[in-house]
Design a protein around this ligand. Structure first.
Ligand code: SF4
Length: 363
């Protein structure tokens, strides 16, 4: 049996479910995951339907596409309309609606030069092939993605590719967790911490969860047994009146994270306030390029600003991302808003909460 398959073993999962039920002792466990991969894993594996009724799964702001703010999409559209600009982006950003429901897909259909890439380095290749144009890579994502973007910027500088720049709208997970805990309506009792982001961060940046809020945080993997073990550790902490940040995914996550990747981040980026869709401005929750990299910074070089834009009418992504509302409670869910006709970003991305509910839940 391969290692990952061992974490899908039904017998092991059954034993963990029994351990979870024992630890709950009738208590609730209202936990939030903040990772699109966890969202999909919990639905796809069928775990949701097996969890005790006293466990509530909340799917928070863990999908990079879902948290991309309307104003940020407006800035993408502005860039897409400029002469001599080629936008390079991951494909899932293409259909994210901005003001008036417009998306990069619409812009592309109207002639804008928007290229889908699978890595930031692909954007450098496009830049090298089109010296007459300015290639702007749209930098979205969390601490996991940002180091590869930092490495790409250093490569651009090393190879003197001067027609390349990045619009950095990267976001940081820990400040968002603090904002959610400060919102009394969220009622989060524990966090399933993101396995991928934690490979970079390690445990220390989450220490405030237990220290300041007495909320357990467990770094979890993505197989059913990984997730169940993480839930057991949360429930056992609550049973014991304890709160700690622990690593239940040691085969991938080192408690110290990845110092080299963090050094790369610090070399190129600095923290800044950021806009999160449905949540608003969160202090020091984003990454912008340091002034030494202004020549590679699309915001500075092309004078990009984020305009004030009204939220998408009727879309409740903000409430969904804060755990205040389950997707099926949105009046548009499954009616006006489906994966084929998404109104909000949580239905666009395959890792979005609304899309996962739509695809895997009984309606
Ligand atoms: Fe937004 Fe659609 Fe989700 Fe409602 S169902 S919150 S409109 S994405």
């Amino acid at each position: 049996m391969q290692l990952e398959n061992a974490f899908q073993d039904p017998q092991l999962c059954r034993a963990l479910l029994q351990r979870l039920t024992r630890a709950l002792e009738g208590r609730t466990l209202r936990f939030m995951e903040v990772c699109g991969t966890h969202t999909v894993a919990i639905f796809q594996s069928g775990l949701r339907s097996l969890l005790p009724a006293s466990v509530t799964h909340l799917s928070g702001p863990g999908c990079p596409v879902c948290v991309t703010h309307d104003a940020e999409v407006a800035a993408f559209l502005d860039l897409a309309g400029r002469d001599g600009v080629i936008l390079a982006t991951f494909g899932d950003l293409l259909r994210v609606p901005g003001p008036g429901g417009q998306s990069l897909k619409h812009a592309q259909a109207q002639g804008a030069r928007v290229e889908i890439v699978y890595s930031p380095l692909d954007a450098l290749t496009i830049a090298a092939a089109h010296p007459e144009s300015t290639v702007v890579f749209l930098g979205i994502g969390f601490e996991t993605t940002a180091p590869t973007v930092a490495a790409t910027l250093l490569t651009a500088r090393q190879h003197k590719i001067r027609n390349f720049c990045v619009l950095s709208l990267h976001k940081l997970v820990p400040p968002a967790l603090r904002t959610l805990l400060d919102d009394s309506q969220c009622g989060i009792e524990a966090f399933l911490l993101p396995g991928h982001v934690s490979t970079i961060l390690g445990l220390e940046p989450y220490a405030f969860l237990a220290r300041d809020y007495h909320v357990p945080g467990v770094v979890g993997g993505f197989q059913p047994a990984d997730i169940l073990l993480a839930l057991c550790l949360m429930a056992e902490q609550r049973r014991d009146g304890a709160a700690a940040v622990v690593n239940a995914y040691p085969r991938a996550v080192d408690n110290a994270g990845n110092p080299r990747a963090r050094a790369l981040l610090e070399q190129v980026f600095e923290p800044t306030d950021a806009l999160w869709r449905g949540i608003g401005r969160i202090p020091q929750s984003g990454l912008r390029l340091r002034p030494e990299y202004a020549d590679l910074d699309a915001a500075a070089r092309l004078d990009v600003t984020l305009p004030e834009v009204p939220p998408l009418p009727g879309c409740r992504c903000g409430d969904v991302l804060r755990g205040r509302m389950a997707p099926p409670d949105c009046p548009l869910f499954g009616k006006k808003c489906t994966p084929a006709t998404p109104v909000g970003p949580c239905m666009v991305s395959t890792e979005g909460s609304c899309a996962a509910y739509y695809k895997y839940s009984e309606r």
